[in-house]
Ligand binder design. Structure first.
Ligand code: GDP
Length: 372
């Protein structure tokens, strides 16, 4: 992103944006952002010069500024930054893993951020440290449709026991997923014991978030119609709990009715987690009713799955899958950036389009060139 792009973006953001407050310097984290002052530029330079030891020590001490800088490093697409980020991750991994990772999905307007604000504030009041992240590969197009958004989570964003990070800007879902996963590890090493990962319910996003969390919550609203909410059987099958939100005012009956319908529906589905029965609940995020009940469910889930081994198994399996998705991404990158492939591809593509070579044969030809 050029400086002028970034400036453009900034000028469109309302002045009520609180998401980034509470942390000095590098917490801004948005790659390519224009420095506001020479002080900020100085901090940027310092950012580059922090050693792995300084990063590690800062994170383990819960230093929010250094944590913010470390996230910026992890989010950077530059090769030297990525190499440094990997070294840092290696150093902090032994200190990570000590949180409950909760994914939260639902269509825009379902009440995800209102719910996260209510839940987050109640958790920090009980002494938890809460990190909130977003997975939204569309955010560079929509200028931050989740979390970067205006007055959302105003109270939580001012809470010194919470840390809210918008979706990394730009990039593919795979890229955003890597950055989110690595940021989770940084948060855990910094002592955050609750990590909430928000995503909007579109297509592949839910599956990606499911693959990085322990518990997955689907937030719905009554009367919007399943089709409208993008509720496919498959998405319900990913959920460890379903929450019908906005059970308040004159919507209470409709919400409770919807709750019992979803409750019935999930009984016919394959459970998302072995040994755990997914259930439906209702709540009002705005009034706060039912919000702590969901936390009780999350805790019960943790107790049961830790005891039956599923908690550990899932995390191990998720790490294995992560390795494979990193491999796939890297292999693809190497393949397409290879000079031999770059020069041969246009003619082979043309031949395939004209029907002179079958696609599978063309693929083999290219792969042979690559492996020679
Ligand atoms: P998100 O897009 O899923 O994050 O949804 P938001 O949290 O931004 O909420 C969308 C709208 O629904 C906002 O106007 C909220 O004030 C409203 N809303 C959220 N939760 C509730 C609720 O529990 N009850 C009612 N009545 N409105 C709510």
């Amino acid at each position: 992103m050029s400086d002028s792009d970034s400036q453009n973006k900034k000028s469109k953001l309302p002045s009520t944006l609180h998401v980034m407050r509470g942390v000095e310097g590098g917490h801004d984290g948005m790659p390519g952002g224009k420095p506001h002052s020479s002080e900020t530029s100085q901090k940027r330079r310092n950012n580059n010069s922090l050693s792995i030891e300084q990063y590690t020590e800062g994170i383990l001490n819960g230093d929010r500024t250094i944590l913010g800088r470390a996230i910026t490093l992890v989010e950077s697409n530059s090769r030297p930054h990525q190499e440094k980020a990997q070294e840092l991750l290696k150093a902090i991994i032994p200190h990570s893993g000590n949180s409950i990772r909760v994914g939260i999905t639902g269509v825009p307007g379902a009440g995800k951020s209102t719910f996260i604000e209510a839940l987050g504030c109640s958790l920090t009041a009980k002494g938890h440290k809460v990190a909130v992240l977003a997975v939204d590969p569309s955010s560079s197009l929509t200028q931050g449709s989740i979390l970067g958004d205006k007055t959302r989570m105003e109270q939580l964003s001012r809470d010194t026991h919470a840390f809210i990070r918008p979706s990394p800007s730009g990039g593919t879902l795979g890229g955003v997923a890597r950055k989110t996963r690595e940021t989770i590890l940084l948060f855990e090493a910094a002592g955050f014991d609750v990590v909430l990962v928000e995503t909007i319910g579109v297509g592949q996003n839910e599956i990606t978030v499911r693959s990085m969390v322990d518990f997955f919550l689907l937030i719905l609203i009554a009367g919007a119609g399943d089709e409208l909410q993008g509720i496919k059987r498959g998405v319900m099958e990913l959920a460890d709990a379903i929450l019908v939100n906005k059970a308040d005012r004159d919507n209470i009956d409709a919400a409770n009715l919807a709750r019992s319908e979803y409750e019935r529906a999930v009984h016919y589905l394959q459970p998302a987690t072995k040994g755990w029965q997914t259930r439906a609940f209702s709540a009002s995020a705005i009034e706060g009713s039912g919000v702590s009940d969901i936390w009780t469910v999350v805790q019960k889930f943790k107790d049961i799955t830790v005891q039956n081994g599923e908690f550990k198994n899932r995390r191990k399996e998720q790490t294995r899958q992560w390795l494979h998705s990193m491999l796939e991404e890297r292999v693809k990158e190497l393949f397409y950036s290879d000079e031999r492939i770059k020069s041969a591809l246009p003619d082979i593509e043309k031949a395939v389009m004209e029907g002179t070579i079958p696609a599978a044969q063309a693929a083999w030809q290219l792969l042979n060139k690559f492996s020679q």
